[in-house]
Design a protein. Structure first.
Length: 555
């Protein structure tokens, strides 16, 4: 039996109080959010105070850091997921038969510190035993699970378990309690304000869960692995302190649990709910930026109790954020260009160049140069056209945040309506038009390539990278779009561009998803280079420690 505790809990935060005096006019919900954030920060300081920290050689750490930067450049992932992905990678390499969880924990944390996913001399030594306990729990879960399932089902379930383990280890090393405070505050702002007037569109239970999923996506930007862990915790809230009986129950229901989580992640109404909560998500993220700003001179209570002070902080936060967005755009463009250029160069050397020599007897350096230089140049041009939000966007954010902080808002946010679909004739007509635009989009490009004397392989690689770059460009542009609460104005030109670029972007998304699973360069790094390289670093680290100990004996 699966448990779904989140929906059965009493609300942690209510939105039904509007205070009339200046000191008490702040919504009770926001007051509790501020109180909870302060408690989390205070407890963290108290727990870490006086506890010995893990300290490693900074010189050795630079080697690991440079390796990690290079690896991430050819395996494009969002920045906030890099640490979790690194934990997943390390665990997959370290978790071998009969190895002790305590050893894995120590080596894991050391690797994360060297790669600068964690700060040196900041991680308490007590984290080693905490992570070790988590690893042991999942080892027991895996060992029990293999008793209930056929051998052919075990590899997929192992990957699922490993994803949950990596996500939980990250929360042990870097607390997600503040994240959860904002998620719950956001959730209790919108619960019961999404209308469903028609029966059988979505149940109340499913709606609550999908609302929660949409909010987690908006606040934390998780991938499917991290989102699976969040949902897993909803089904089994007692998992952090799980007994042997609970672990056994989860092992027995593991496949059913995974299927249920996959259904919720891919729910047909998920995107619709996310889209309608986007503006509210921006307001909460800006509020969080204000509370966590290192430059703020006033306390969180002082800020929210004075509307004028709050407005000044919102403006400051927005201006700072827009600059960060621009910097992040540039950083992501650089990473994407490195990824594409490196991949394209490798393919040119091992496939394109030999093919031209062997089949045609010569190399067309013009087509080769176009194939190498055009994809990164196109990505650069796409991202340079991105406009960061402006003053009107800031004004709407100010009004939105004030409404959350000071007003009692019980009005419906949006309504979920039944989609009656199109007629079969109309649906087939739209599919035909889409097919025509697909053929036209690629047909025109192929005609241009033919005029430049591209051969079959040159042309195929050009189309391949054009599709991937177009998709990457859209992904990078979302960095700015995520903070925009004023929608773009559509015109005929953008409409036509969307029609003819959509097929290319769609193909790029499909290729990117497939290629990320079959990235040969990442495979070589992870399974051929990384293990001996990291072992070499550990030996050097141990040698430095040994020399230091001998030196201390002399003095």
């Amino acid at each position: 039996m699966l448990y779904f505790a989140f929906l059965n809990q009493n609300p942690l935060i209510t939105v039904n109080e509007l205070h009339v005096t200046i000191n008490n006019m702040v919504n009770r919900q926001i007051q509790k959010l501020v109180k909870r954030v302060k408690e989390v920060e205070q407890k963290k300081t108290e727990v870490d105070k006086g506890v010995p920290k893990i300290r490693l050689s900074k010189m050795i750490g630079k080697m690991a850091f440079l390796y990690e930067k290079f690896r991430n450049a050819i395996d494009y992932r969002d920045d906030h997921l890099l640490r979790k992905n690194a934990i997943y990678r390390i665990l997959k390499r370290r978790l071998v038969h009969k190895i002790k969880a305590a050893d894995v924990s120590r080596l894991l944390i050391n690797e994360l510190i060297r790669a600068r996913y964690l700060e040196d001399n900041k991680v308490p030594e007590t984290k080693i035993s905490q992570v070790s306990d988590v690893i042991n729990k999942y080892i027991i879960l895996h060992n029990l699970a293999i008793k209930y399932y056929e051998p052919k089902e075990v590899p997929e379930l192992y990957e699922f378990i490993l994803g949950l383990l990596a996500s939980e280890v990250e929360t042990v090393l870097v607390s997600s309690k503040i994240d959860n405070a904002y998620i719950e505050a956001f959730y209790h702002t919108v619960e019961d304000r999404i209308l469903v007037k028609e029966d059988k569109i979505i149940s109340k239970r499913e709606l609550d869960l999908q609302t929660y999923v949409a909010i987690v996506k908006a606040i934390s930007k998780p991938d499917d692995v991290l989102l699976s862990y969040k949902l897993f915790k909803l089904y089994y809230p007692n998992w952090p302190t799980a007994s042997r009986e609970l672990i056994n129950e989860i092992a027995r229901n593991l496949k059913k649990l995974k299927n249920n989580i996959d259904i919720q992640i891919n729910h047909p109404l998920g995107n619709h709910i996310s889209k309608n909560l986007k503006s509210l998500a921006v307001y909460y993220k800006i509020l969080r930026d204000i509370f966590e700003s290192e430059d703020r001179e006033k306390s969180m209570e002082d800020i929210i109790q004075n509307p004028d002070i709050l407005e000044d902080h919102i403006k400051s936060a927005c201006n700072s954020l827009y600059k960060k967005v621009k910097n992040k755009l540039n950083k992501n463009v650089f990473r994407s260009i490195v990824y594409i250029f490196f991949t394209k160069m490798i393919l040119a050397i091992i496939i394109e160049f030999p093919f031209d020599v062997y089949i045609y007897g010569h190399v067309n350096y013009i087509t080769l140069a176009i194939n190498i230089l055009f994809p990164p140049l196109l990505l650069f041009l796409i991202t340079m056209s991105v406009r960061t939000p402006g003053p009107k966007n800031t004004e709407k954010i100010i009004n939105g945040i004030k409404k959350i902080v000071y007003e009692k808002d019980t009005d419906p946010i949006f309504e979920i309506k039944r989609s009656y679909g199109r007629s079969k004739v109309l649906n087939n007509l739209f599919k035909f038009i889409y097919s025509v635009t697909f053929i036209l989009s690629y047909g025109i490009i192929i005609k241009i390539l033919y005029e430049f004397d591209f051969n079959i392989l040159n042309g195929f690689l050009f189309l391949l990278f054009l599709s991937i770059v177009s998709f990457f460009g859209i992904r990078v542009r979302t960095i700015a779009h995520d903070w925009r609460v004023i929608p773009y104005k559509e015109n005929m030109l953008t409409f036509l561009l969307d029609i003819f670029s959509y097929p290319i972007i769609r193909v790029g998304k499909w290729i990117s998803n497939k290629f990320s699973k079959l990235n040969v360069f990442v495979f070589i790094l992870d399974f051929i280079i990384e293990a001996p390289f990291k072992s070499f670093i550990e030996i050097i680290e141990d040698w430095f420690t040994f020399v230091k100990e001998k030196k201390e004996e002399i003095y």
